[in-house]
Design a protein around this ligand. Structure first.
Ligand code: ADP
Length: 365
């Protein structure tokens, strides 16, 4: 009988609850015991682990965020913290972990698994676990689910929470649009995404923004200010009464210097004389009820995650459940994490075409 632990970690994302619900209920239906680990990896370190039953996750589907909590857990980044986590897991009898989180959380999961035999030997040496426990816990199964509003993970088309967040952004940009139009104003709207421009780019397409700044593809031309002004001015000449610029929080120029909303505002005001306001959408982008798509994505991927646990062997590398061409996929977690880091590397080398291609071939030219 498999004993599965499920946890949500890193930045919260709408749909994480649907993951927990599906892991619990599908896991139970397959004869497993399922445990919730509260507050991300902090719950492993502090032993915040609770057995779930069918009713524990009632009402979870429509609730945003993550009810079992999430945290950024510093102790888990240390070996001492992971040693404690391993002890707690073994004492609670859990043999597999399904982790729903972003690339940081999934990297942590893989570190934990790769250290597993060293951790258990050390626990045995220090008599923190028994010989018998060490023998029944020779390996740890880890399966990753990508919960992130940023859609920043490689090897999957879409991450859990991104569609809800995008929709929330679109609603806000639409609202701003009506007031911008009334007053003939310009608005610079800063959106989340960390180092990824997907939310900004997709919101720009969905709302018909005049200009979008993303890290993966800085504006063409020597100076982004000239490029921005020529576009905004042309649109005004064509009769537009509003100017909407969407800037990703991680936006960069061609020299890799950050482009900030207030700098864009100053340019539009000083050079074009536009009455310009800045709106930082902030945490409203993460909140609210998950979109239907995120509930479905989370549910079908979580079913795949439990199936991956059930067919795992100590030799199989940790899988990450993704989505490609409308099909649920399962591929090596570490490969996906490595490819994700390659985007940052390409940007660091100013190879923007490569960064865009790695990030989103669909939008790369
Ligand atoms: P996200 O999962 O949203 O990318 P973070 O990068 O903050 O968020 O990671 C969440 C948590 O995952 C961290 O607080 C830490 O506990 C764990 N973690 C991240 N990177 C590592 C790592 N290299 N080794 C061990 N744990 C890690």
């Amino acid at each position: 009988k498999r004993k599965i632990g499920v946890l949500t970690s890193g930045g919260d994302a709408p749909g994480m609850n649907a993951c927990v619900r599906a892991v619990v209920r599908y896991g139970i239906s397959k004869g497993c015991e399922v445990y919730a680990v509260y507050e991300g990896y902090q719950g492993l370190v502090d032993n915040g682990i609770k057995k779930m039953d069918w009713k524990s996750v009632r009402g979870y589907l429509s609730v945003g965020g993550t009810t079992i909590g999430t945290a950024r857990c510093m102790p888990f980044k240390t070996r001492e913290g992971r040693l404690q986590a391993a002890e707690n897991l073994i004492k609670s009898g859990i043999d597999s972990l399904i982790v729903c989180g972003g690339d940081g959380s999934l990297t942590g999961a893989d570190v934990f698994r790769s250290e597993w035999s060293g951790l258990t030997s050390e626990l045995l040496e220090n008599e923190r676990i028994t010989e018998e426990e060490a023998q029944s816990y020779t390996s740890l199964t880890i399966v990753g689910l990508v919960g992130s509003i940023d859609n920043d993970m490689s090897s999957t088309d879409i991450t859990i929470g991104a569609v809800t967040s995008l929709h929330r952004i679109c609603e806000s940009v639409d609202s701003i649009g009506t007031t911008a139009l009334s007053h003939s104003r310009a608005f610079v709207i800063e959106v989340m995404g960390r180092h990824c421009g997907w939310l900004a780019l997709a919101a720009g397409i969905a709302t018909g923004a005049d200009f979008v700044f993303i890290p993966e593809r800085p504006p063409a031309g020597d100076d982004w200010k000239d490029t921005l002004c020529s576009v905004a001015e042309r649109h005004r000449r064509l009769g537009k009464r509003k100017t909407v610029v969407i800037v990703a929080e991680g936006a960069l120029d061609r020299n890799l210097d950050p482009i900030k909303a207030k700098d864009i505002k100053n340019i539009l005001t000083d050079r074009l004389g536009l009455d310009t306001r800045v709106t930082t959408l902030g945490h409203t982008q993460r909140g609210g009820a998950p979109a239907a798509f995120d509930r479905i994505l989370a549910t079908i991927q979580s079913v795949a995650a439990v199936d991956a646990v059930l067919r795992s062997t100590p030799e199989t590398p940790s899988p990450m459940i993704g989505m490609s061409n409308n099909q649920v996929t399962s591929g090596p977690l570490m490969k996906a994490v490595e490819l994700t880091h390659e985007v940052a590397k390409a940007i660091g080398e100013k190879n923007f075409a490569r960064a865009m291609e790695l990030r989103d071939p669909q939008f790369a030219e």
